[in-house]
Ligand binder design. Structure first.
Ligand code: OAD
Length: 249
């Protein structure tokens, strides 16, 4: 592992354009459950088809909004971990050298932003933002917990979480930025994601087709582990700080 970290650290020092895609594994060490992990994964205790689809919300907006309100409170209680902090430092170091850095996250918890990452691309939206189902108007900093379920806007219209549900398209602007950055980068990281949900899982191929080297940081094997140049197996909260310390001594 040490030699791999040194190899990646060297590539990071020389990189002119870095893209990172993160998944729930980065927030696991902040005690936010992942989706597919065997024991504590969310999808083990809740049926996503009953809670994370437009049809589920249509059928029972109270239950779905209660579940998202509960998860939003958990995210607010969570503390960014060493992996989040390391990625924020990586961005500062790369940008201070005149390089470009793009953080694409599938996470909706805003822990990257709370750790200091800037201009984060939220591929699946954010649980901290709720939008009016009629006008699309977005609201942040709403009371936690909500006073009523389902929550309503000041204009007394129904509010839904501004997250991407199964069967919904990703935000157009986020997708565009993700494809552009991935195709132009020279170093691509996939961190803490099972790499099974597209299009996020496909950005590593876009990067490699553009000539980038690819790194995976994951506790377990994933479908992209054999396709990357370096596979750093372990907890992102432990590996990322070591990597950044080694690269930017
Ligand atoms: P998953 O739960 O599918 O995968 C979490 C990944 O993180 C797995 O590969 C774990 O092995 C790994 N992992 C767990 N703890 C880790 C740690 N401490 N350090 C490093 N890796 C760790 O979560 P995602 O890949 O983020 O989509 O799921 C992708 C999407 O599927 C989510 O954004 C969500 C879900 O359906 C939508 O809601 C649209």
């Amino acid at each position: 592992m040490e030699r791999a970290i040194q190899g990646v650290a060297e590539a990071l020092r020389d990189a002119r354009s870095v893209v990172i895609v993160t998944g729930a594994g980065v927030s696991a060490e902040s005690r936010i459950p992942t989706f597919r992990d065997a024991m504590e994964g969310l999808w083990k205790s809740f049926d996503p088809m009953k809670l994370a689809t437009p049809e589920a919300f249509e059928a029972d907006p109270e239950t779905v909004s209660r579940w998202y309100d509960f998860r939003r409170a958990k995210c607010l209680e969570a503390i960014p971990n060493g992996g989040h902090v390391a990625l924020a430092r990586m961005q500062r170091e790369i940008e201070s050298r005149g390089g470009s850095f793009t953080l694409l996250t599938q996470n909706v918890d805003r822990l990257h932003q709370r750790a200091g990452s800037r201009d984060v691309v939220e591929l699946h939206g954010s649980i901290m933002v709720w939008r009016c189902v009629e006008t699309g108007r977005r609201y942040e900093d709403l009371p936690v917990p909500f006073e009523e379920f389902p929550p309503r806007s000041p204009e007394d219209t129904l509010l839904r979480p501004d997250v991407v549900w199964f069967g919904e398209a990703l935000p157009e602007a986020a997708l565009e930025r993700a494809f552009e950055a991935s195709s132009a980068c020279d170093l691509f990281f996939s961190v803490g994601t099972s790499a099974v949900v597209y299009p996020a899982a496909g950005f590593v191929d876009v990067a490699r087709q553009g000539g980038a080297q690819a790194v995976e940081v994951n506790r377990d094997e994933t479908p992209i582990s054999d396709a990357v140049d370096w596979s750093l197996r372990g907890a992102s909260g432990e590996i990322l700080p070591r990597l950044v310390a080694e690269a930017f001594r």
